[in-house]
Design a protein around this ligand. Sequence first.
Ligand code: AMP
Ligand code: GLY
Length: 424
Amino acid sequence: MNVLLIGSGGREHALAWKLSASPLLTKLYAAPGNPGIAKEAEIVTLDIGDHAAVAAWCKDKRIDLVIVGPEAPLVAGLADDLRVAGIRVFGPSKVAARLEGSKGFTKDLCARFSIPTAAYGRFTDAVEAAAYVRRQGAPIVVKADGLAAGKGVTVAMTVEEAQEAVAACFDGSFGAAGAEVVVEEFLTGEEASFFCLCDGTTALPFGTAQDHKRVGEGDTGPNTGGMGAYSPAPVMTPEMIDRTMREIIEPTMRGMAELGSPFSGVLFAGLMIGADGPKLIEYNVRFGDPECQVLMMRLKDDLLVLLSAAADGQLAHMSARWRDEAALTVVMAANGYPGTPERGGVISGLDQVPEGVEIFHAGTALKDGDIVASGGRVLNVTAVGKTVTEAQARAYSGVDAIDWPQGFCRRDIGFRAVEREKNA
Ligand code: AMP
Ligand code: GLY
Protein backbone atom coordinates (compact mmCIF):
# COMPACT_ATOMS: atom_id res chain seq x y z
CA MET A 1 0.00 0.00 0.00
CA ASN A 2 1.02 3.59 -0.67
CA VAL A 3 0.22 5.72 2.34
CA LEU A 4 0.17 9.47 2.94
CA LEU A 5 0.54 10.58 6.56
CA ILE A 6 -0.47 14.14 7.38
CA GLY A 7 1.15 16.01 10.25
CA SER A 8 4.52 17.07 11.60
CA GLY A 9 4.70 16.25 15.30
CA GLY A 10 5.96 13.53 17.61
CA ARG A 11 2.60 11.81 17.22
CA GLU A 12 3.13 11.51 13.48
CA HIS A 13 6.74 10.39 13.90
CA ALA A 14 5.54 7.57 16.16
CA LEU A 15 2.82 6.64 13.62
CA ALA A 16 5.38 6.69 10.78
CA TRP A 17 7.77 4.52 12.81
CA LYS A 18 5.05 1.94 13.46
CA LEU A 19 3.63 2.05 9.92
CA SER A 20 7.13 1.42 8.55
CA ALA A 21 7.16 -1.95 10.30
CA SER A 22 4.14 -3.14 8.29
CA PRO A 23 4.80 -5.73 5.58
CA LEU A 24 1.81 -4.26 3.72
CA LEU A 25 3.52 -0.91 3.27
CA THR A 26 4.93 -0.18 -0.17
CA LYS A 27 5.73 3.49 0.22
CA LEU A 28 5.10 6.00 2.99
CA TYR A 29 4.86 9.71 2.23
CA ALA A 30 4.47 12.43 4.85
CA ALA A 31 3.38 16.06 4.64
CA PRO A 32 4.67 18.32 6.04
CA GLY A 33 6.70 15.84 8.15
CA ASN A 34 9.88 16.63 10.08
CA PRO A 35 13.51 15.39 10.09
CA GLY A 36 12.60 12.41 12.29
CA ILE A 37 9.70 11.39 10.07
CA ALA A 38 12.08 11.75 7.10
CA LYS A 39 13.89 8.61 8.31
CA GLU A 40 10.68 6.60 7.78
CA ALA A 41 8.95 8.40 4.93
CA GLU A 42 9.46 10.53 1.85
CA ILE A 43 8.61 14.11 2.78
CA VAL A 44 6.36 15.88 0.32
CA THR A 45 5.44 19.53 0.04
CA LEU A 46 1.68 19.84 -0.05
CA ASP A 47 -0.66 22.65 0.96
CA ILE A 48 -2.85 20.69 3.41
CA GLY A 49 -5.45 23.47 3.33
CA ASP A 50 -5.94 22.98 -0.42
CA HIS A 51 -8.02 19.80 -0.35
CA ALA A 52 -8.36 19.56 -4.13
CA ALA A 53 -4.58 19.73 -4.53
CA VAL A 54 -4.08 17.02 -1.89
CA ALA A 55 -6.65 14.81 -3.67
CA ALA A 56 -5.00 15.35 -7.06
CA TRP A 57 -1.58 14.49 -5.64
CA CYS A 58 -2.99 11.31 -4.02
CA LYS A 59 -4.47 10.19 -7.33
CA ASP A 60 -1.20 10.85 -9.11
CA LYS A 61 0.81 8.84 -6.56
CA ARG A 62 -1.82 6.07 -6.32
CA ILE A 63 -2.25 6.57 -2.59
CA ASP A 64 -4.24 3.72 -1.01
CA LEU A 65 -4.77 5.32 2.39
CA VAL A 66 -4.44 8.81 3.86
CA ILE A 67 -3.90 8.98 7.63
CA VAL A 68 -4.63 12.35 9.18
CA GLY A 69 -2.73 13.01 12.44
CA PRO A 70 -3.88 16.41 13.76
CA GLU A 71 -7.41 17.70 14.39
CA ALA A 72 -7.32 20.96 12.41
CA PRO A 73 -7.48 19.39 8.91
CA LEU A 74 -10.25 17.04 10.11
CA VAL A 75 -12.34 19.89 11.50
CA ALA A 76 -11.71 21.67 8.18
CA GLY A 77 -13.22 18.71 6.27
CA LEU A 78 -10.13 17.21 4.62
CA ALA A 79 -11.37 13.64 5.13
CA ASP A 80 -14.72 14.46 3.45
CA ASP A 81 -13.11 16.05 0.40
CA LEU A 82 -10.69 13.15 -0.06
CA ARG A 83 -13.50 10.60 0.26
CA VAL A 84 -15.58 12.45 -2.33
CA ALA A 85 -12.55 12.16 -4.62
CA GLY A 86 -12.56 8.37 -4.05
CA ILE A 87 -9.56 8.26 -1.73
CA ARG A 88 -9.55 6.08 1.41
CA VAL A 89 -8.99 8.03 4.60
CA PHE A 90 -8.43 7.19 8.23
CA GLY A 91 -10.06 10.06 10.13
CA PRO A 92 -13.53 11.45 10.83
CA SER A 93 -15.72 13.60 8.63
CA LYS A 94 -16.10 17.29 9.35
CA VAL A 95 -19.45 16.83 11.10
CA ALA A 96 -18.14 13.91 13.19
CA ALA A 97 -15.06 15.98 14.11
CA ARG A 98 -17.39 18.33 15.97
CA LEU A 99 -16.82 15.95 18.90
CA GLU A 100 -13.54 17.85 19.26
CA GLY A 101 -14.36 21.02 17.34
CA SER A 102 -17.32 22.06 19.50
CA LYS A 103 -17.44 21.36 23.23
CA GLY A 104 -21.10 22.44 23.28
CA PHE A 105 -21.94 19.85 20.61
CA THR A 106 -20.36 17.10 22.71
CA LYS A 107 -22.10 18.24 25.88
CA ASP A 108 -25.48 18.19 24.13
CA LEU A 109 -24.73 14.72 22.75
CA CYS A 110 -23.96 13.54 26.29
CA ALA A 111 -27.21 15.04 27.59
CA ARG A 112 -29.28 13.48 24.81
CA PHE A 113 -27.76 10.01 25.06
CA SER A 114 -27.29 9.89 28.88
CA ILE A 115 -23.49 9.83 28.78
CA PRO A 116 -21.95 10.71 32.18
CA THR A 117 -20.21 14.09 32.09
CA ALA A 118 -20.03 17.30 34.14
CA ALA A 119 -23.29 19.31 34.45
CA TYR A 120 -23.08 22.34 32.13
CA GLY A 121 -24.56 25.40 30.49
CA ARG A 122 -23.93 26.73 26.93
CA PHE A 123 -23.81 30.49 26.38
CA THR A 124 -23.45 32.95 23.54
CA ASP A 125 -24.06 35.87 25.86
CA ALA A 126 -21.58 37.14 28.47
CA VAL A 127 -24.23 38.38 30.92
CA GLU A 128 -26.04 35.03 31.00
CA ALA A 129 -22.77 33.10 31.37
CA ALA A 130 -21.73 35.36 34.26
CA ALA A 131 -25.10 34.88 35.97
CA TYR A 132 -24.77 31.09 35.63
CA VAL A 133 -21.27 31.24 37.17
CA ARG A 134 -22.62 33.24 40.13
CA ARG A 135 -25.50 30.81 40.66
CA GLN A 136 -23.25 27.73 40.54
CA GLY A 137 -20.31 29.14 42.55
CA ALA A 138 -16.68 27.96 42.43
CA PRO A 139 -14.74 25.84 41.72
CA ILE A 140 -16.12 25.85 38.19
CA VAL A 141 -14.74 25.28 34.69
CA VAL A 142 -15.02 27.72 31.74
CA LYS A 143 -14.33 26.51 28.18
CA ALA A 144 -14.23 28.27 24.84
CA ASP A 145 -16.48 26.19 22.57
CA GLY A 146 -14.13 25.76 19.61
CA LEU A 147 -10.53 24.71 18.94
CA ALA A 148 -8.21 26.93 20.98
CA ALA A 149 -4.93 24.98 20.76
CA GLY A 150 -5.41 23.57 24.27
CA LYS A 151 -5.64 27.05 25.81
CA GLY A 152 -9.40 27.55 25.93
CA VAL A 153 -10.03 25.86 29.30
CA THR A 154 -9.94 27.60 32.69
CA VAL A 155 -10.37 25.57 35.85
CA ALA A 156 -11.43 28.45 38.12
CA MET A 157 -11.04 28.14 41.86
CA THR A 158 -12.95 31.41 42.48
CA VAL A 159 -16.03 33.05 40.96
CA GLU A 160 -13.88 36.09 40.02
CA GLU A 161 -11.44 33.91 38.07
CA ALA A 162 -14.35 32.26 36.25
CA GLN A 163 -15.85 35.67 35.41
CA GLU A 164 -12.52 36.78 33.97
CA ALA A 165 -12.34 33.63 31.85
CA VAL A 166 -15.87 34.21 30.55
CA ALA A 167 -14.97 37.82 29.72
CA ALA A 168 -11.76 36.72 27.97
CA CYS A 169 -13.70 34.29 25.75
CA PHE A 170 -16.24 36.91 24.70
CA ASP A 171 -13.51 39.56 24.28
CA GLY A 172 -12.09 37.50 21.45
CA SER A 173 -9.01 36.06 23.22
CA PHE A 174 -9.67 32.76 21.43
CA GLY A 175 -11.02 34.23 18.21
CA ALA A 176 -14.06 32.48 16.78
CA ALA A 177 -13.50 29.56 19.20
CA GLY A 178 -14.69 31.76 22.07
CA ALA A 179 -17.87 33.09 20.49
CA GLU A 180 -19.68 30.43 22.47
CA VAL A 181 -18.77 29.32 25.99
CA VAL A 182 -19.44 26.15 27.97
CA VAL A 183 -19.48 26.52 31.76
CA GLU A 184 -19.36 23.24 33.63
CA GLU A 185 -19.20 21.53 36.98
CA PHE A 186 -15.74 20.92 38.46
CA LEU A 187 -15.08 17.16 38.55
CA THR A 188 -12.79 15.41 40.99
CA GLY A 189 -10.99 12.10 40.65
CA GLU A 190 -8.09 10.75 38.61
CA GLU A 191 -7.72 11.70 34.95
CA ALA A 192 -7.02 9.11 32.28
CA SER A 193 -6.89 9.02 28.49
CA PHE A 194 -8.74 6.25 26.70
CA PHE A 195 -8.44 5.56 22.97
CA CYS A 196 -10.65 3.67 20.53
CA LEU A 197 -10.32 2.97 16.83
CA CYS A 198 -13.71 3.49 15.22
CA ASP A 199 -15.19 2.57 11.86
CA GLY A 200 -18.56 4.32 12.05
CA THR A 201 -20.23 1.43 13.87
CA THR A 202 -17.67 -0.47 15.91
CA ALA A 203 -15.33 1.01 18.51
CA LEU A 204 -12.25 -1.09 19.28
CA PRO A 205 -10.53 -0.26 22.59
CA PHE A 206 -7.05 0.95 21.67
CA GLY A 207 -5.12 1.56 24.83
CA THR A 208 -4.95 3.82 27.84
CA ALA A 209 -2.48 6.47 28.98
CA GLN A 210 -1.94 9.28 31.43
CA ASP A 211 -0.19 12.50 30.59
CA HIS A 212 1.29 15.44 32.44
CA LYS A 213 -0.15 18.70 31.14
CA ARG A 214 1.59 21.21 33.43
CA VAL A 215 5.05 22.48 32.59
CA GLY A 216 6.47 22.14 36.12
CA GLU A 217 7.44 19.19 38.28
CA GLY A 218 4.73 17.94 40.62
CA ASP A 219 2.16 19.00 37.97
CA THR A 220 2.52 22.72 38.68
CA GLY A 221 2.71 25.85 36.52
CA PRO A 222 1.08 26.71 33.19
CA ASN A 223 -0.67 24.18 30.95
CA THR A 224 1.12 22.76 27.92
CA GLY A 225 0.28 20.35 25.13
CA GLY A 226 1.72 17.61 27.39
CA MET A 227 5.18 17.20 28.97
CA GLY A 228 5.17 13.41 29.06
CA ALA A 229 2.95 10.36 29.22
CA TYR A 230 2.88 6.70 30.10
CA SER A 231 0.80 3.69 29.17
CA PRO A 232 -1.13 1.81 30.44
CA ALA A 233 -3.01 4.02 32.94
CA PRO A 234 -3.21 1.97 36.17
CA VAL A 235 -6.65 3.41 36.99
CA MET A 236 -8.06 1.93 33.75
CA THR A 237 -8.61 -1.60 35.03
CA PRO A 238 -10.43 -4.09 32.77
CA GLU A 239 -13.63 -3.32 34.73
CA MET A 240 -13.20 0.43 34.22
CA ILE A 241 -12.56 -0.09 30.51
CA ASP A 242 -15.77 -2.17 30.27
CA ARG A 243 -17.77 0.55 32.02
CA THR A 244 -16.25 3.26 29.82
CA MET A 245 -17.16 1.31 26.68
CA ARG A 246 -20.72 0.65 27.89
CA GLU A 247 -21.51 4.01 29.48
CA ILE A 248 -19.55 6.46 27.30
CA ILE A 249 -18.08 5.12 24.04
CA GLU A 250 -20.88 2.87 22.79
CA PRO A 251 -23.66 5.44 23.40
CA THR A 252 -21.47 8.00 21.59
CA MET A 253 -21.10 5.70 18.58
CA ARG A 254 -24.85 5.00 18.50
CA GLY A 255 -25.66 8.68 19.03
CA MET A 256 -23.39 9.87 16.24
CA ALA A 257 -24.88 7.30 13.86
CA GLU A 258 -28.39 8.37 14.86
CA LEU A 259 -27.50 12.01 14.19
CA GLY A 260 -26.38 11.02 10.69
CA SER A 261 -22.67 11.57 11.38
CA PRO A 262 -21.18 8.15 12.22
CA PHE A 263 -17.73 8.43 13.74
CA SER A 264 -14.67 6.83 12.19
CA GLY A 265 -11.07 7.46 13.16
CA VAL A 266 -9.53 7.73 16.62
CA LEU A 267 -11.87 8.59 19.44
CA PHE A 268 -9.75 9.88 22.32
CA ALA A 269 -11.78 10.24 25.51
CA GLY A 270 -10.37 12.41 28.29
CA LEU A 271 -11.90 10.83 31.40
CA MET A 272 -12.25 11.69 35.04
CA ILE A 273 -12.41 8.52 37.11
CA GLY A 274 -14.27 9.41 40.30
CA ALA A 275 -15.92 7.51 43.13
CA ASP A 276 -18.99 6.83 40.97
CA GLY A 277 -17.10 5.70 37.88
CA PRO A 278 -15.92 7.28 34.62
CA LYS A 279 -17.11 10.68 33.40
CA LEU A 280 -16.27 12.26 30.05
CA ILE A 281 -14.23 15.47 30.31
CA GLU A 282 -13.80 15.90 26.57
CA TYR A 283 -13.35 14.13 23.27
CA ASN A 284 -10.56 14.49 20.76
CA VAL A 285 -10.88 13.03 17.28
CA ARG A 286 -7.22 12.04 16.83
CA PHE A 287 -4.43 10.41 18.79
CA GLY A 288 -3.03 12.30 21.77
CA ASP A 289 0.38 13.84 21.50
CA PRO A 290 2.49 12.53 23.31
CA GLU A 291 0.10 9.68 24.27
CA CYS A 292 0.37 8.18 20.77
CA GLN A 293 4.12 7.72 21.22
CA VAL A 294 3.67 5.38 24.18
CA LEU A 295 0.81 3.50 22.53
CA MET A 296 2.88 2.81 19.41
CA MET A 297 5.73 1.42 21.55
CA ARG A 298 3.29 -1.09 23.10
CA LEU A 299 1.20 -2.09 20.08
CA LYS A 300 2.06 -5.60 18.89
CA ASP A 301 -0.22 -5.68 15.86
CA ASP A 302 0.20 -4.18 12.42
CA LEU A 303 -1.01 -0.57 12.63
CA LEU A 304 -1.62 -0.35 8.90
CA VAL A 305 -3.96 -3.36 9.00
CA LEU A 306 -5.94 -1.80 11.86
CA LEU A 307 -6.21 1.70 10.37
CA SER A 308 -7.20 0.25 6.97
CA ALA A 309 -9.89 -1.85 8.63
CA ALA A 310 -11.20 1.25 10.39
CA ALA A 311 -11.27 3.18 7.10
CA ASP A 312 -13.19 0.30 5.47
CA GLY A 313 -15.77 -0.20 8.25
CA GLN A 314 -14.27 -3.60 9.04
CA LEU A 315 -13.28 -3.36 12.71
CA ALA A 316 -15.97 -5.71 14.03
CA HIS A 317 -13.76 -8.79 13.91
CA MET A 318 -10.45 -7.11 14.69
CA SER A 319 -8.53 -7.04 17.94
CA ALA A 320 -5.47 -5.16 19.13
CA ARG A 321 -2.78 -6.81 21.20
CA TRP A 322 -0.37 -4.95 23.47
CA ARG A 323 2.96 -5.69 25.05
CA ASP A 324 2.56 -6.30 28.78
CA GLU A 325 5.33 -3.81 29.47
CA ALA A 326 4.77 -0.17 30.35
CA ALA A 327 5.93 2.61 28.04
CA LEU A 328 6.87 6.13 29.06
CA THR A 329 7.81 9.22 27.08
CA VAL A 330 9.56 12.37 28.27
CA VAL A 331 9.00 15.56 26.29
CA MET A 332 12.09 17.71 25.82
CA ALA A 333 10.99 21.27 25.20
CA ALA A 334 12.82 24.44 24.19
CA ASN A 335 13.56 26.95 26.96
CA GLY A 336 10.69 29.42 27.17
CA TYR A 337 7.95 26.88 26.40
CA PRO A 338 4.93 27.11 26.84
CA GLY A 339 5.67 30.80 26.25
CA THR A 340 7.89 31.78 23.34
CA PRO A 341 10.37 28.93 22.81
CA GLU A 342 14.01 29.52 22.01
CA ARG A 343 14.50 28.27 18.46
CA GLY A 344 17.61 27.25 16.60
CA GLY A 345 19.57 25.53 19.38
CA VAL A 346 21.70 22.68 18.01
CA ILE A 347 20.82 19.22 19.37
CA SER A 348 23.51 16.54 19.49
CA GLY A 349 23.86 13.10 21.02
CA LEU A 350 20.73 11.74 19.29
CA ASP A 351 22.74 8.74 18.10
CA GLN A 352 24.16 8.11 21.59
CA VAL A 353 20.93 7.04 23.27
CA PRO A 354 20.84 3.49 24.68
CA GLU A 355 19.46 0.61 22.64
CA GLY A 356 15.67 0.39 22.81
CA VAL A 357 15.10 4.08 23.53
CA GLU A 358 13.18 5.71 20.68
CA ILE A 359 13.45 9.42 20.02
CA PHE A 360 10.44 10.83 18.24
CA HIS A 361 10.92 14.26 16.71
CA ALA A 362 8.22 16.82 17.45
CA GLY A 363 9.65 20.26 16.68
CA THR A 364 12.98 19.86 14.90
CA ALA A 365 14.46 21.14 11.68
CA LEU A 366 17.60 20.36 9.70
CA LYS A 367 20.01 23.29 9.39
CA ASP A 368 23.46 23.00 7.79
CA GLY A 369 23.49 19.29 8.58
CA ASP A 370 22.52 19.79 12.25
CA ILE A 371 19.26 18.96 13.98
CA VAL A 372 17.99 22.18 15.56
CA ALA A 373 14.97 23.06 17.69
CA SER A 374 12.15 24.63 15.70
CA GLY A 375 9.18 24.54 18.06
CA GLY A 376 8.06 24.37 21.69
CA ARG A 377 7.93 20.63 22.24
CA VAL A 378 10.95 19.31 20.39
CA LEU A 379 11.76 15.66 21.21
CA ASN A 380 9.91 12.73 22.81
CA VAL A 381 12.32 10.33 24.46
CA THR A 382 10.44 7.06 24.78
CA ALA A 383 11.18 3.66 26.33
CA VAL A 384 9.48 0.50 27.60
CA GLY A 385 10.11 -1.44 30.79
CA LYS A 386 8.61 -4.20 32.92
CA THR A 387 7.21 -1.44 35.15
CA VAL A 388 6.65 2.30 34.76
CA THR A 389 9.63 2.72 37.11
CA GLU A 390 11.86 0.78 34.73
CA ALA A 391 10.51 2.54 31.62
CA GLN A 392 11.08 5.87 33.35
CA ALA A 393 14.72 5.03 34.19
CA ARG A 394 15.36 3.99 30.57
CA ALA A 395 13.73 7.08 29.11
CA TYR A 396 15.81 9.37 31.35
CA SER A 397 18.98 7.50 30.38
CA GLY A 398 18.06 8.55 26.82
CA VAL A 399 17.44 12.13 27.90
CA ASP A 400 20.85 12.20 29.60
CA ALA A 401 22.59 11.17 26.38
CA ILE A 402 21.21 14.20 24.54
CA ASP A 403 23.19 17.40 24.49
CA TRP A 404 20.98 20.42 24.00
CA PRO A 405 21.71 23.33 26.36
CA GLN A 406 18.67 25.33 25.18
CA GLY A 407 16.21 22.58 26.11
CA PHE A 408 14.61 21.26 29.29
CA CYS A 409 12.34 18.49 30.50
CA ARG A 410 10.48 17.50 33.64
CA ARG A 411 12.38 14.90 35.65
CA ASP A 412 9.28 13.36 37.26
CA ILE A 413 7.18 12.01 34.38
CA GLY A 414 5.14 9.06 35.64
CA PHE A 415 5.61 9.94 39.33
CA ARG A 416 2.14 8.84 40.43
CA ALA A 417 2.52 5.42 38.80
CA VAL A 418 6.05 5.08 40.19
CA GLU A 419 4.71 5.90 43.67
CA ARG A 420 1.96 3.30 43.20
CA GLU A 421 4.53 0.68 42.18
CA LYS A 422 6.64 1.48 45.25
CA ASN A 423 3.64 0.92 47.51
CA ALA A 424 2.39 -2.20 45.73
P1 AMP B 1 -9.62 19.88 28.18
O1 AMP B 1 -8.89 20.80 27.23
O2 AMP B 1 -11.11 19.91 28.08
O3 AMP B 1 -9.00 18.52 28.24
O4 AMP B 1 -9.28 20.47 29.63
C1 AMP B 1 -7.97 20.63 30.04
C2 AMP B 1 -7.83 20.14 31.44
O5 AMP B 1 -8.70 20.88 32.30
C3 AMP B 1 -8.27 18.70 31.63
O6 AMP B 1 -7.26 17.79 31.31
C4 AMP B 1 -8.60 18.69 33.10
O7 AMP B 1 -7.41 18.59 33.86
C5 AMP B 1 -9.19 20.04 33.31
N1 AMP B 1 -10.65 19.99 33.26
C6 AMP B 1 -11.43 20.16 32.16
N2 AMP B 1 -12.73 20.04 32.48
C7 AMP B 1 -12.78 19.78 33.81
C8 AMP B 1 -13.85 19.58 34.75
N3 AMP B 1 -15.12 19.62 34.39
N4 AMP B 1 -13.51 19.34 36.04
C9 AMP B 1 -12.22 19.33 36.44
N5 AMP B 1 -11.19 19.54 35.61
C10 AMP B 1 -11.45 19.76 34.31
N1 GLY C 1 -1.73 15.39 25.15
C1 GLY C 1 -3.04 15.86 25.03
C2 GLY C 1 -3.57 15.96 23.67
O1 GLY C 1 -3.01 15.48 22.70
O2 GLY C 1 -4.65 16.52 23.52
